[in-house]
Design a protein around this ligand. Structure first.
Ligand SMILES: Cc1cc2nc3c(=O)[nH]c(=O)nc-3n(C[C@H](O)[C@H](O)[C@H](O)COP(=O)(O)OP(=O)(O)OC[C@H]3O[C@@H](n4cnc5c(N)ncnc54)[C@H](O)[C@@H]3O)c2cc1C
Length: 405
């Protein structure tokens, strides 16, 4: 067990809050720095996998999350003609396995209340612009000119568009994906969520709509858009969108009408983030800051939660920080590399200008979901349990992910 450490966490998002809480619970003195005066989630809902749910369970939040979200049993993707391109069920891994659709605001609230119940200190309105190393420790500098005393460890969890990443690890790569999306939450006026599936409709690679049940009779809707159309302030042509979306998915026309009338879309761009290493001395990266991906596989928040748990566990298990950070990196390398590669490979089949990839997807992907070896690979990929291309973690007798697996 490492002696109590002074730890700074930059970013009060999913990964930062989970890491801060778990580290504070372990007896460390944790300070969380958040740039917003009032930390808040941006965007609509997301899909938690058995992996992310396991970390919520470790935080004592899984039951509340289950009560407020919507159980999801699998993923169904179809073309505008109804041809299956994705058909995956968690039950293929274990009869009791499932995912959870949940509003970001709900997940944030649960994590935030839990953070407040820990001994971690939260400093809001504190945008960190630099981290300065002094031997084995590091100080964090805020945009308001304040410098915060040396910390034994600085956990950078400032998200996919991290400015600290470029400053502290210039060799990191984080190109923007050429496509992003708009998303919103709407009432399920067409009973789409009753099947307990994340459902998608696609036409070629330029039209994609997804509907995810998130609890309380609501669905999170997302619609694929090239990034040049997502610039802040650029208006969305809602009338044109409404016609295109309703033609793509006629059964969802009432939901589309409602979303167009409400006009409450958030915009999202994503990055393909790769760091040369997890940490530089006492400064470690977690969550999207370390490995942002496209959301095609629904893994980002889950990976961030797993990072948080792995970091706290590694620090708890080893005698000193350098070994703990090395152990953390070894444990997270394989799964994170797999999900980064898999989402990068898969994304152009759903979001690109390549008609050929759309044709290949329509011809082979649905069929491959039913080939014995492929079904296991794709199901475990969805569930977040892959360790790499060759192995995955088996679920336990209750269909749950084991964090020590
Ligand atoms: C459209 C879309 C759909 C998605 N769907 C899913 C899904 O279904 N399942 C899933 O698991 N994931 C999904 N994701 C990914 C998921 O949202 C992210 O992986 C997750 O939110 C990353 O969490 P994080 O804590 O690393 O970063 P964030 O949640 O981005 O948090 C970063 C925090 O750091 C703060 N911050 C930034 N800079 C500074 C600074 N300099 N100083 C202080 N504070 C700072 C920010 O204000 C923020 O609070 C989706 C993403 C998108 C865009």
């Amino acid at each position: 067990m490492t002696a109590a450490l002074q730890i700074a966490v930059v970013g009060c998002g999913v990964a930062g809050q989970a890491a801060a809480t778990l580290l504070a619970d372990a007896g460390h003195a944790v300070t969380v720095f958040e740039r917003f005066a009032e930390p808040r989630p941006i965007g609509a809902g997301l899909l938690l996998q058995p992996t992310g749910l396991a970390v919520l369970r470790a935080l004592g939040l899984a039951d509340q999350a289950m009560a407020r979200g919507a159980r999801v049993d699998g993923l169904e993707g179809r073309t505008h003609r109804g041809r299956a391109v994705l058909e995956l069920a968690y039950a293929d891994l274990h009869p009791k396995a499932h995912g959870l659709g949940i509003l970001r605001s709900v997940l944030f609230e649960l994590l935030h209340q839990r953070l407040h119940r820990s001994s971690a200190r939260l400093l809001v309105g504190s945008e960190i612009v630099d981290v300065v190393r002094q031997g084995a420790t590091a100080s964090v500098m805020a945009a308001n000119g304040e410098t915060h005393v040396p910390f034994d460890l600085v956990v950078v969890a400032d998200g996919a568009h991290s400015a600290l990443r470029q400053r502290l690890m210039p060799a990191a790569r984080a190109p923007l994906y050429p496509w992003g999306c708009v998303w919103t939450t709407v009432p399920d006026l067409a009973g789409i969520g009753t099947g307990r599936l994340l459902r998608q409709r696609v036409r070629g690679t330029t039209e994609m709509m997804g509907l995810l049940p998130v609890g309380d009779g609501q669905l999170t809707m997302y619609w694929s858009v090239p990034v040049d159309q997502l610039a802040p302030g650029r208006p969305i042509d809602l009338a044109a969108w409404r016609r295109t979306a309703a033609a793509l998915w006629p059964e969802a026309a009432r939901i589309v009408d409602h979303a167009a009338a409400a006009d409450a879309f958030s915009r999202a761009t994503y990055r393909h983030v790769a760091l040369p290493r997890w940490h530089d001395g006492p400064v470690v990266f977690i969550g999207d800051a370390a490995h942002g991906t496209s959301p095609q596989l629904g893994q980002g928040a889950n990976l961030g939660l797993l990072d948080a748990h792995a970091l706290a566990s590694a620090i708890g298990e080893t005698g000193e920080l350098t070994s703990a950070l090395a152990l953390f990196g070894r444990r997270r390398d394989g799964p994170v590399r797999f999900y980064r590669q898999a989402s990068h490979l898969l994304t152009p089949f759903f979001q690109s200008h390549s008609g050929a990839l759309g044709l290949l997807r329509d011809a082979f992907m649905g069929m491959s979901c039913h080939l014995p070896g492929m079904r296991g690979l794709m199901g475990s990929t969805l569930a977040g349990t892959r360790r790499g291309w060759l192995s995955s973690v088996a679920l336990d007798d209750d269909g749950r992910y084991r964090l020590d697996g």
